[in-house]
Each structure stands twice: as structure tokens, then as C-alpha cells.
Design a protein around this ligand. Structure first.
Ligand code: PHE
Length: 339
């Protein structure tokens, strides 16, 4: 092949390479000129048949042509790759100024919220926060609270007994004994926590939350108790709430009362939440029995005090409109996420 034809071949290759639009395309076109069966390889193969004086000239020209086509193909490949990079950058353009997706935040459980709200109120009155064990001795849960062995509250129906003689505390009143034993008044404490009763009726839960509060000093009266509870009720249910004290019996208080508050939902019309009575049971209270103080090593002639204990869960279920207490304990996110 004359060298002028080789120049024409390079020009043809230049045009063909420039016309390629993708790396695959280019690979194919390049092979058409440079591959084993390509045009230039054909020329190199034909050299053997040439006259000896032509061989070196055509061989050198063919090699030059080969290198030029290689260079053209390499340049085009670099161009195509750069173009592809730019194109993909364009397609996947990120708007870094867009607002990010906020991470899903959890929230406090409704019972925790109400519990903290209650504790905050008492802390603002100068009460301290206490805790007691849920697995408790018979002494702290019963005996020291003046609940004798044959008292109905000890009935197997109410109390979960552990094999080693401990009980699951049936109320938070054990904290009175835990706090007062070995210390001397004045005392002002609140103690929220879980309590357990063996009650399988569907309206009750075998575990629920109570808050205990007590105050002991030299001149604490039932009037102080009423004043503190009324302020507590107003904090929780609004300024218009009324409290009702009904005479009752607890072995560890004397006198004792049950407390109801006026239903804040029905506005004295009677509703489903208060079963039409306009009053809601809230808890128990009274003046701490002198025998309890004595069992804690406190001089009951000099000191006296009040104590109260109420359920927390019902307040939470009313506040957040959750009809069944069990919904509060099941941890079902479909319920909790609505709050
Ligand atoms: N411990 C009583 C109960 O669980 C409530 C209570 C507490 C009553 C303190 C009087 C004083 O029912």
C-alpha cells in the first residue's frame, strides 16, 4: 500500500474516531483500524509481499500511522470519559442548601411526663425525691406500717409473694419506712414508683404507678395535708378543681381519708370518665400513725406528720385521653406516637 493511502487511512480514522459517541463505540472503531484483523494490521501483514526496497518505507509509514490512530483514539477516549463524568455530575447534582431530614425524635412516655410534673410540683414546695425497692421485705411493706399478719391487705389475692419471703411492694408506703428509719425529722419527701397487686380484672393492671408523699415535723396538722393536696390538685387539674375527703381506714394513718377530685372533663355534668358521679378517686391519705413513727425510732409525742399516696397512671390516661390503662403499659408505638 502506498504511503499516501496510509495518510488517507489516518484521515478516515480521525473522522471515524471523532464521530464516536461512547467508549464502546470507540473500542469498536479503534479495533477496526488497530485490531488483529484491522486495516493497519492488514497493511503490516502485506509488507512481506512487497519488494525489499519498499518494505522499510511502507513499514515505517504503517507504524507511524498506527501510532497516530492510537493517539487519536486515546485522546477521544479521554474526551468521552470526561464528558461522561460531567454528565453524571450534572444528573446527580446535589442541592446542598436544601433543608436536611430531621432525625426522628422519641418523646417521654406519658406516665414519665406526669410523674415528672408531679415531682416538680413537690420539689417546688421543698420536698425531696426518694426511691424505694420494688422487691421489699415484709417488714417495710407491712409490719412497720402497722399492717398485722392477719390484715386482709396481705391476702394472697393482693400480694405477690416471692419464694424467699420478700414481696413485690403493694404500695409506695414502704418508702416512708425506708426514709424515716435511722433519721430524725423534719421530713418532706415524695417517692414515685411501680407497685404490684395481684388483680387480674380487666380494668386493673397487676403493675401500676403511685406517688407517695409525706411530711413530718413538730406541728404538722391535717390542715397542712389538705392545703398541700389542694395545691397539688390545682397544679394538675386546674384552679377550679375541688377535693373531697371521705373517712376511710388505713392501718398506717389515723385519721385516714380517701381523696376524690372533681372531674375536670365533664364540668359537673357527669360523664363516662367519672361514671356520671363527677368525682374521680385519687388516692389515700391521713396523719401518720404514731406506731409507724415509733417503729422508725421517732418520738411520736414530739413529732407528727401526714402521708398520702395516689395513682399516677389514671392521671396520665385522663390527661392524654387514653381510655384503657393497659394501653399505657403495652408500649405499643401506634398508641404512644399519637401522644
Ligand atoms: N398506701 C395506700 C394505698 O396504696 C395509700 C396511702 C398512702 C394511704 C399514704 C394513706 C397514706 O392504697
Amino acid at each position: 500500500m502506498p504511503t499516501a493511502d496510509l495518510d488517507a487511512l489516518v484521515e478516515e480514522a480521525r473522522a471515524a474516531i471523532a464521530a464516536t459517541e461512547s467508549p464502546d463505540d470507540l473500542t469498536r472503531v479503534r479495533a477496526g483500524y488497530l485490531g488483529r484483523k484491522g486495516t493497519i494490521a492488514e497493511v503490516l501483514r502485506g509488507i512481506g509481499k512487497l519488494a525489499p526496497e519498499e518494505r522499510s518505507q511502507v513499514g515505517a509509514a504503517a507504524n507511524t500511522a498506527k501510532r497516530r490512530v492510537e493517539t487519536l483514539a486515546d485522546e477521544r477516549r479521554a474526551q468521552l470519559e470526561q464528558r461522561a463524568t460531567l454528565q453524571s455530575l450534572e444528573e446527580h447534582r446535589l442541592d446542598v442548601t436544601l433543608a436536611g431530614a430531621a432525625p426522628a425524635a422519641g418523646h417521654l412516655h406519658p406516665i414519665t411526663r406526669v410523674m415528672r410534673d408531679m415531682v416538680d410540683f413537690f420539689v417546688s414546695l421543698g420536698f425531696s425525691l426518694e426511691e424505694g425497692p420494688e422487691v421489699e421485705t415484709d417488714w417495710h411493706n407491712f409490719e412497720a406500717l402497722n399492717i398485722p399478719k392477719d390484715h386482709p391487705a396481705r391476702d394472697m389475692q393482693d400480694t405477690f409473694y416471692l419464694e424467699d419471703g420478700h414481696v413485690l411492694r403493694t404500695h409506695t408506703s414502704n418508702v416512708q419506712i425506708r426514709v424515716m428509719t435511722g433519721r430524725q425529722p423534719p421530713f418532706r419527701f415524695v417517692a414515685p414508683g411501680r407497685v404490684y397487686r395481684h388483680d387480674l380484672s380487666p380494668r386493673h393492671s397487676p403493675m401500676f404507678n403511685q406517688i407517695e408523699g409525706f411530711m413530718v415535723d413538730e406541728r404538722v396538722t391535717f390542715a397542712d395535708l389538705k392545703g398541700v393536696l389542694l395545691a397539688f390538685g390545682r397544679h394538675l387539674f386546674g384552679d377550679d378543681v375541688e377535693l373531697r375527703f371521705r373517712a376511710n381506714h388505713f392501718p398506717f394513718t389515723e385519721p385516714s381519708a380517701e381523696i376524690d377530685y372533681s372531674c375536670e372533663l365533664c364540668d359537673s355534668q357527669g360523664c363516662k370518665m367519672c361514671s356520671g358521679t363527677c368525682w374521680v378517686e385519687w388516692g389515700g391519705c391521713g396523719m401518720i400513725h404514731p406506731r409507724v413513727l415509733e417503729r422508725c425510732g421517732i418520738d411520736a409525742q414530739r413529732y407528727q406528720g401526714f402521708a398520702f399516696g395516689m395513682g399516677i397512671d389514671r392521671t396520665a390516661s385522663r390527661r392524654y385521653g387514653i381510655p384503657h390503662l393497659r394501653h399505657l403499659f403495652e408500649g405499643d408505638l401506634r398508641v404512644l406516637e399519637q401522644i
